[in-house]
Design a protein around this ligand. Structure first.
Ligand SMILES: *Cc1c(COP(=O)(O)O)cnc(C)c1O
Length: 383
Protein backbone atom coordinates (compact mmCIF):
# COMPACT_ATOMS: atom_id res chain seq x y z
CA UNK A 1 0.00 0.00 0.00
CA UNK A 2 1.31 3.47 -0.75
CA UNK A 3 1.12 6.30 1.77
CA UNK A 4 -2.03 7.67 0.10
CA UNK A 5 -3.88 4.36 0.49
CA UNK A 6 -2.78 4.02 4.08
CA UNK A 7 -4.11 7.48 4.82
CA UNK A 8 -7.41 6.86 3.03
CA UNK A 9 -7.91 3.64 4.93
CA UNK A 10 -7.31 5.40 8.24
CA UNK A 11 -9.69 8.24 7.29
CA UNK A 12 -12.44 5.86 6.14
CA UNK A 13 -12.37 4.01 9.43
CA UNK A 14 -14.63 6.55 11.14
CA UNK A 15 -15.98 6.52 14.66
CA UNK A 16 -17.62 8.97 16.99
CA UNK A 17 -15.59 9.90 20.05
CA UNK A 18 -17.69 9.73 23.21
CA UNK A 19 -14.70 10.75 25.25
CA UNK A 20 -14.07 13.92 27.25
CA UNK A 21 -11.50 15.38 24.89
CA UNK A 22 -10.08 14.95 22.39
CA UNK A 23 -13.64 14.74 21.19
CA UNK A 24 -15.62 14.64 17.96
CA UNK A 25 -15.22 17.92 16.12
CA UNK A 26 -17.23 19.28 13.21
CA UNK A 27 -16.04 18.78 9.64
CA UNK A 28 -15.64 22.54 9.33
CA UNK A 29 -13.38 22.76 12.39
CA UNK A 30 -11.20 20.07 10.85
CA UNK A 31 -11.26 21.84 7.48
CA UNK A 32 -9.84 25.00 9.05
CA UNK A 33 -6.57 23.08 9.43
CA UNK A 34 -6.15 22.61 5.67
CA UNK A 35 -3.83 25.57 5.27
CA UNK A 36 -0.41 26.44 6.65
CA UNK A 37 -0.60 29.65 8.64
CA UNK A 38 2.27 32.04 9.09
CA UNK A 39 2.92 32.39 12.79
CA UNK A 40 4.15 36.01 12.95
CA UNK A 41 1.93 37.42 10.20
CA UNK A 42 -0.44 40.23 11.21
CA UNK A 43 -3.45 38.27 10.01
CA UNK A 44 -2.64 35.34 12.28
CA UNK A 45 -1.81 37.51 15.29
CA UNK A 46 -5.06 39.41 14.80
CA UNK A 47 -6.87 36.10 14.96
CA UNK A 48 -5.14 35.31 18.26
CA UNK A 49 -6.26 38.66 19.68
CA UNK A 50 -9.80 38.01 18.50
CA UNK A 51 -9.78 34.58 20.17
CA UNK A 52 -8.51 36.07 23.44
CA UNK A 53 -11.28 38.65 23.45
CA UNK A 54 -13.95 36.10 22.58
CA UNK A 55 -12.83 33.89 25.46
CA UNK A 56 -13.14 36.76 27.91
CA UNK A 57 -16.59 37.57 26.50
CA UNK A 58 -17.66 33.96 27.01
CA UNK A 59 -16.40 33.95 30.58
CA UNK A 60 -17.95 37.10 32.00
CA UNK A 61 -19.83 40.33 31.44
CA UNK A 62 -17.14 42.12 33.48
CA UNK A 63 -14.84 42.04 30.46
CA UNK A 64 -12.52 44.82 31.64
CA UNK A 65 -11.45 42.88 34.72
CA UNK A 66 -10.27 39.77 32.86
CA UNK A 67 -7.72 38.81 30.27
CA UNK A 68 -7.01 35.58 28.35
CA UNK A 69 -3.68 33.87 27.80
CA UNK A 70 -3.15 30.96 25.40
CA UNK A 71 -0.52 28.38 26.33
CA UNK A 72 1.00 25.62 24.17
CA UNK A 73 0.53 22.01 25.23
CA UNK A 74 -2.33 19.90 26.57
CA UNK A 75 -4.56 21.13 29.38
CA UNK A 76 -2.18 19.93 32.08
CA UNK A 77 0.53 22.27 30.74
CA UNK A 78 -1.83 25.19 31.28
CA UNK A 79 -2.61 24.03 34.84
CA UNK A 80 1.09 23.64 35.57
CA UNK A 81 1.72 27.05 34.08
CA UNK A 82 -0.72 28.64 36.53
CA UNK A 83 0.52 26.76 39.59
CA UNK A 84 4.12 27.47 38.67
CA UNK A 85 3.65 31.15 37.81
CA UNK A 86 1.25 32.71 40.31
CA UNK A 87 2.42 31.39 43.70
CA UNK A 88 5.46 33.11 45.21
CA UNK A 89 8.26 31.15 46.90
CA UNK A 90 7.09 31.79 50.46
CA UNK A 91 3.39 31.13 49.69
CA UNK A 92 1.27 28.02 50.14
CA UNK A 93 -1.58 26.45 48.18
CA UNK A 94 -4.56 24.45 49.40
CA UNK A 95 -5.59 21.86 46.81
CA UNK A 96 -8.99 20.23 47.05
CA UNK A 97 -8.74 16.74 45.61
CA UNK A 98 -11.62 14.40 44.79
CA UNK A 99 -10.27 12.81 41.64
CA UNK A 100 -7.38 12.22 39.28
CA UNK A 101 -7.14 15.85 38.14
CA UNK A 102 -7.08 17.21 41.68
CA UNK A 103 -4.40 14.65 42.47
CA UNK A 104 -2.44 15.76 39.40
CA UNK A 105 -2.42 19.36 40.68
CA UNK A 106 -0.98 18.13 43.98
CA UNK A 107 1.69 16.21 42.08
CA UNK A 108 2.56 19.32 40.05
CA UNK A 109 2.77 21.59 43.08
CA UNK A 110 5.07 19.14 44.89
CA UNK A 111 7.27 18.74 41.81
CA UNK A 112 7.53 22.54 41.57
CA UNK A 113 8.52 22.73 45.25
CA UNK A 114 5.39 24.64 46.18
CA UNK A 115 4.17 24.11 49.70
CA UNK A 116 0.83 22.25 49.54
CA UNK A 117 -1.99 21.52 51.91
CA UNK A 118 -4.13 18.77 50.45
CA UNK A 119 -7.73 18.03 51.33
CA UNK A 120 -8.62 14.61 49.92
CA UNK A 121 -12.21 13.43 49.45
CA UNK A 122 -13.61 10.24 47.95
CA UNK A 123 -13.95 10.42 44.18
CA UNK A 124 -17.67 9.85 44.47
CA UNK A 125 -18.48 12.71 46.84
CA UNK A 126 -18.17 16.48 46.86
CA UNK A 127 -15.76 18.29 49.20
CA UNK A 128 -16.74 19.09 52.79
CA UNK A 129 -17.38 22.84 52.98
CA UNK A 130 -17.13 23.05 56.78
CA UNK A 131 -13.73 21.40 56.70
CA UNK A 132 -12.55 23.71 53.93
CA UNK A 133 -13.68 26.73 55.92
CA UNK A 134 -11.77 25.41 58.93
CA UNK A 135 -8.55 24.82 56.98
CA UNK A 136 -8.80 28.26 55.37
CA UNK A 137 -8.23 29.83 58.78
CA UNK A 138 -4.56 28.96 58.26
CA UNK A 139 -3.12 32.34 57.37
CA UNK A 140 -0.11 30.87 55.66
CA UNK A 141 -2.36 29.55 52.88
CA UNK A 142 -2.37 32.12 50.08
CA UNK A 143 -4.00 30.24 47.18
CA UNK A 144 -6.74 27.62 46.75
CA UNK A 145 -7.14 25.33 43.74
CA UNK A 146 -10.02 23.03 42.86
CA UNK A 147 -11.38 21.18 39.82
CA UNK A 148 -14.88 22.18 38.65
CA UNK A 149 -16.06 19.10 36.75
CA UNK A 150 -13.85 16.22 37.96
CA UNK A 151 -13.67 14.28 34.72
CA UNK A 152 -12.62 11.18 36.69
CA UNK A 153 -16.28 10.60 37.57
CA UNK A 154 -18.19 13.48 36.00
CA UNK A 155 -18.98 14.98 39.41
CA UNK A 156 -19.60 18.72 39.51
CA UNK A 157 -17.88 20.38 42.46
CA UNK A 158 -19.67 23.34 44.12
CA UNK A 159 -17.20 26.04 43.05
CA UNK A 160 -19.63 28.79 43.92
CA UNK A 161 -19.84 27.69 47.58
CA UNK A 162 -16.13 26.91 47.84
CA UNK A 163 -15.27 30.22 46.14
CA UNK A 164 -17.32 32.15 48.67
CA UNK A 165 -15.26 30.62 51.49
CA UNK A 166 -12.00 31.20 49.63
CA UNK A 167 -12.81 34.86 49.08
CA UNK A 168 -14.10 35.41 52.62
CA UNK A 169 -10.69 34.16 53.76
CA UNK A 170 -8.93 36.50 51.30
CA UNK A 171 -7.14 33.86 49.22
CA UNK A 172 -6.39 33.68 45.49
CA UNK A 173 -8.89 31.36 43.75
CA UNK A 174 -7.74 28.96 41.00
CA UNK A 175 -10.27 26.76 39.19
CA UNK A 176 -9.52 23.93 36.75
CA UNK A 177 -12.64 24.23 34.58
CA UNK A 178 -10.97 22.23 31.83
CA UNK A 179 -13.92 20.00 31.01
CA UNK A 180 -16.72 22.43 31.86
CA UNK A 181 -15.83 25.85 30.44
CA UNK A 182 -17.90 26.49 27.33
CA UNK A 183 -20.35 23.70 28.22
CA UNK A 184 -21.75 24.97 31.50
CA UNK A 185 -22.84 28.59 31.94
CA UNK A 186 -20.80 30.54 34.48
CA UNK A 187 -19.61 34.10 35.09
CA UNK A 188 -16.09 34.10 36.46
CA UNK A 189 -16.44 37.61 37.88
CA UNK A 190 -19.51 36.58 39.85
CA UNK A 191 -17.67 33.44 40.95
CA UNK A 192 -14.72 35.67 41.90
CA UNK A 193 -12.27 33.36 40.15
CA UNK A 194 -8.74 34.72 39.81
CA UNK A 195 -7.42 32.08 37.40
CA UNK A 196 -9.59 29.72 35.38
CA UNK A 197 -7.98 27.04 33.21
CA UNK A 198 -9.43 25.21 30.21
CA UNK A 199 -8.23 23.84 26.88
CA UNK A 200 -8.96 23.83 23.16
CA UNK A 201 -10.20 20.26 22.92
CA UNK A 202 -13.01 20.22 25.48
CA UNK A 203 -16.35 22.07 25.41
CA UNK A 204 -15.29 24.70 22.87
CA UNK A 205 -14.91 21.67 20.57
CA UNK A 206 -11.54 22.43 19.01
CA UNK A 207 -8.66 20.02 18.48
CA UNK A 208 -5.86 19.41 21.02
CA UNK A 209 -2.74 21.57 21.09
CA UNK A 210 -3.13 24.40 23.56
CA UNK A 211 -4.78 25.44 26.79
CA UNK A 212 -6.01 28.83 27.89
CA UNK A 213 -6.15 30.76 31.10
CA UNK A 214 -8.71 33.40 32.00
CA UNK A 215 -7.07 35.61 34.56
CA UNK A 216 -8.13 38.54 36.66
CA UNK A 217 -5.99 41.24 35.12
CA UNK A 218 -4.87 42.94 38.36
CA UNK A 219 -3.89 39.58 39.80
CA UNK A 220 -1.84 38.49 36.78
CA UNK A 221 -0.08 41.85 36.70
CA UNK A 222 1.44 40.95 40.08
CA UNK A 223 3.01 37.71 38.81
CA UNK A 224 6.06 39.02 36.99
CA UNK A 225 9.17 37.05 37.90
CA UNK A 226 7.38 34.37 39.92
CA UNK A 227 7.57 31.56 37.35
CA UNK A 228 9.42 28.33 38.01
CA UNK A 229 9.69 27.55 34.29
CA UNK A 230 10.60 29.56 31.20
CA UNK A 231 8.29 27.83 28.70
CA UNK A 232 5.35 27.82 31.08
CA UNK A 233 5.80 31.36 32.41
CA UNK A 234 2.21 32.62 32.39
CA UNK A 235 3.08 36.25 33.02
CA UNK A 236 5.68 36.36 30.27
CA UNK A 237 3.37 34.61 27.81
CA UNK A 238 0.62 37.11 28.59
CA UNK A 239 2.90 40.13 28.53
CA UNK A 240 4.22 39.21 25.07
CA UNK A 241 0.69 38.61 23.73
CA UNK A 242 -0.45 41.95 25.17
CA UNK A 243 2.54 44.02 24.07
CA UNK A 244 2.98 42.45 20.66
CA UNK A 245 -0.65 42.16 19.59
CA UNK A 246 -1.20 38.43 19.77
CA UNK A 247 2.34 37.16 19.32
CA UNK A 248 3.23 33.90 21.04
CA UNK A 249 6.73 33.74 22.57
CA UNK A 250 7.56 30.36 21.02
CA UNK A 251 6.14 28.37 18.08
CA UNK A 252 2.38 28.31 18.33
CA UNK A 253 0.12 25.47 17.16
CA UNK A 254 -1.10 27.48 14.17
CA UNK A 255 -3.48 24.94 12.63
CA UNK A 256 -5.00 24.21 16.02
CA UNK A 257 -5.46 27.91 16.72
CA UNK A 258 -7.20 28.46 13.40
CA UNK A 259 -9.47 25.46 14.03
CA UNK A 260 -10.23 26.83 17.51
CA UNK A 261 -11.31 30.13 16.01
CA UNK A 262 -13.74 28.25 13.78
CA UNK A 263 -14.97 26.30 16.83
CA UNK A 264 -15.64 29.59 18.66
CA UNK A 265 -17.72 30.86 15.72
CA UNK A 266 -19.66 27.60 15.69
CA UNK A 267 -20.32 27.86 19.43
CA UNK A 268 -21.81 31.28 18.79
CA UNK A 269 -23.83 29.93 15.88
CA UNK A 270 -25.24 27.16 18.07
CA UNK A 271 -26.63 29.84 20.40
CA UNK A 272 -23.75 30.25 22.84
CA UNK A 273 -22.91 28.38 26.02
CA UNK A 274 -26.52 28.14 27.23
CA UNK A 275 -27.62 26.32 24.05
CA UNK A 276 -24.60 24.05 24.13
CA UNK A 277 -25.28 23.26 27.78
CA UNK A 278 -28.86 22.28 26.90
CA UNK A 279 -27.61 19.95 24.16
CA UNK A 280 -25.09 18.28 26.50
CA UNK A 281 -27.73 18.01 29.22
CA UNK A 282 -30.14 16.37 26.81
CA UNK A 283 -27.38 13.97 25.70
CA UNK A 284 -26.59 13.08 29.31
CA UNK A 285 -30.23 12.57 30.27
CA UNK A 286 -30.91 10.44 27.20
CA UNK A 287 -27.84 8.36 28.01
CA UNK A 288 -28.63 8.00 31.71
CA UNK A 289 -32.20 6.93 31.09
CA UNK A 290 -31.25 4.51 28.33
CA UNK A 291 -28.42 2.93 30.32
CA UNK A 292 -30.61 2.49 33.33
CA UNK A 293 -33.22 0.74 31.15
CA UNK A 294 -30.42 -1.60 30.03
CA UNK A 295 -29.64 -2.36 33.67
CA UNK A 296 -26.46 -0.27 34.03
CA UNK A 297 -25.84 1.53 37.29
CA UNK A 298 -24.26 4.98 37.61
CA UNK A 299 -21.30 5.36 39.95
CA UNK A 300 -22.42 8.76 41.25
CA UNK A 301 -25.42 8.55 43.55
CA UNK A 302 -28.27 11.01 43.37
CA UNK A 303 -26.86 12.94 46.33
CA UNK A 304 -24.11 14.59 44.33
CA UNK A 305 -24.25 16.66 41.21
CA UNK A 306 -23.83 14.75 38.00
CA UNK A 307 -22.39 16.99 35.30
CA UNK A 308 -23.76 16.94 31.75
CA UNK A 309 -20.16 16.36 30.55
CA UNK A 310 -19.38 12.72 31.25
CA UNK A 311 -21.06 9.82 33.07
CA UNK A 312 -19.44 6.87 34.85
CA UNK A 313 -21.13 3.46 34.90
CA UNK A 314 -20.30 0.33 36.86
CA UNK A 315 -19.46 -2.84 34.95
CA UNK A 316 -22.58 -5.02 34.76
CA UNK A 317 -22.64 -7.87 37.29
CA UNK A 318 -22.53 -10.59 34.61
CA UNK A 319 -19.29 -12.64 34.78
CA UNK A 320 -19.44 -12.75 30.97
CA UNK A 321 -18.70 -9.01 30.78
CA UNK A 322 -15.30 -8.02 29.44
CA UNK A 323 -14.57 -4.32 29.05
CA UNK A 324 -12.15 -4.97 26.20
CA UNK A 325 -14.77 -6.93 24.26
CA UNK A 326 -17.44 -4.31 25.07
CA UNK A 327 -15.13 -1.53 23.92
CA UNK A 328 -14.19 -3.32 20.69
CA UNK A 329 -17.78 -4.17 19.79
CA UNK A 330 -18.90 -0.56 20.32
CA UNK A 331 -15.95 0.66 18.27
CA UNK A 332 -17.00 -1.71 15.47
CA UNK A 333 -20.42 -0.09 15.63
CA UNK A 334 -18.81 3.35 15.36
CA UNK A 335 -18.62 4.55 18.97
CA UNK A 336 -15.53 4.98 21.10
CA UNK A 337 -16.02 5.15 24.87
CA UNK A 338 -13.58 5.68 27.73
CA UNK A 339 -12.24 3.30 30.36
CA UNK A 340 -12.91 4.15 34.01
CA UNK A 341 -10.52 6.13 36.18
CA UNK A 342 -12.05 5.69 39.63
CA UNK A 343 -9.71 3.84 42.00
CA UNK A 344 -11.13 0.57 43.39
CA UNK A 345 -14.17 0.48 41.11
CA UNK A 346 -14.68 -1.42 37.88
CA UNK A 347 -16.29 1.19 35.70
CA UNK A 348 -16.26 2.88 32.31
CA UNK A 349 -17.12 6.38 31.15
CA UNK A 350 -19.19 7.84 28.36
CA UNK A 351 -18.75 11.46 27.36
CA UNK A 352 -21.50 13.68 25.94
CA UNK A 353 -19.41 16.60 24.77
CA UNK A 354 -18.27 17.38 21.24
CA UNK A 355 -20.21 17.23 18.02
CA UNK A 356 -22.67 14.73 19.52
CA UNK A 357 -26.45 14.87 19.30
CA UNK A 358 -29.38 12.96 20.74
CA UNK A 359 -29.56 10.58 17.75
CA UNK A 360 -25.88 9.69 18.31
CA UNK A 361 -26.63 8.76 21.91
CA UNK A 362 -29.62 6.74 20.74
CA UNK A 363 -27.37 4.95 18.23
CA UNK A 364 -24.89 4.19 20.98
CA UNK A 365 -27.65 2.85 23.24
CA UNK A 366 -28.80 0.53 20.44
CA UNK A 367 -25.22 -0.74 20.04
CA UNK A 368 -24.93 -1.32 23.80
CA UNK A 369 -28.26 -3.14 23.82
CA UNK A 370 -27.00 -5.36 20.96
CA UNK A 371 -23.85 -6.12 22.91
CA UNK A 372 -25.82 -7.03 26.01
CA UNK A 373 -28.10 -9.39 24.09
CA UNK A 374 -25.30 -11.03 22.09
CA UNK A 375 -22.62 -11.34 24.74
CA UNK A 376 -24.37 -11.18 28.09
CA UNK A 377 -27.70 -12.68 27.00
CA UNK A 378 -29.44 -9.83 28.72
CA UNK A 379 -32.27 -7.81 27.31
CA UNK A 380 -33.50 -4.45 28.43
CA UNK A 381 -35.40 -4.31 31.66
CA UNK A 382 -38.34 -1.99 31.40
CA UNK A 383 -37.56 1.47 32.66
C1 LIG B 1 -8.84 17.08 30.39
C2 LIG B 1 -8.61 17.61 31.74
C3 LIG B 1 -7.36 18.14 32.13
C4 LIG B 1 -6.16 18.19 31.22
O1 LIG B 1 -5.80 16.97 30.72
P1 LIG B 1 -4.79 16.89 29.49
O2 LIG B 1 -4.73 15.43 29.22
O3 LIG B 1 -3.50 17.43 29.93
O4 LIG B 1 -5.39 17.70 28.39
C5 LIG B 1 -7.25 18.70 33.38
N1 LIG B 1 -8.28 18.73 34.22
C6 LIG B 1 -9.49 18.23 33.90
C7 LIG B 1 -10.60 18.32 34.88
C8 LIG B 1 -9.68 17.64 32.65
O5 LIG B 1 -10.89 17.15 32.32
Amino acid sequence: MNTQDTLNLALDNKYLLLTPGPLSTSATVRRAMQKDWCTWDKEYNGLVQDIRQRLVNLATTAVDQYTAVLMQGSGSFAVESVLGSVIAKHEKVLIINNGAYGARMVQMARCLNIEVVELVYPETSTPDLAEIQQVLMDESISHVACVHCETTTGILNPIQDIGRLVKAAGKVWIVDAMSSFGGIPMDIAELEIDFLISSANKCIQGVPGFGFILAKRERLEQCQGLARSVSLDLYDQWHTMEQQNGKWRFTSPTHVVRAFYQALLELEQEGGIEARYQRYLNNQQTLSKGMSALGFERVLGNACTQSPIITTFLYPASPKFSFQQFYESLKQAGYVIYPGKVTDLNCFRIGNIGEVKQQDIEGLLAAISDYCQTHLHLSAVTA
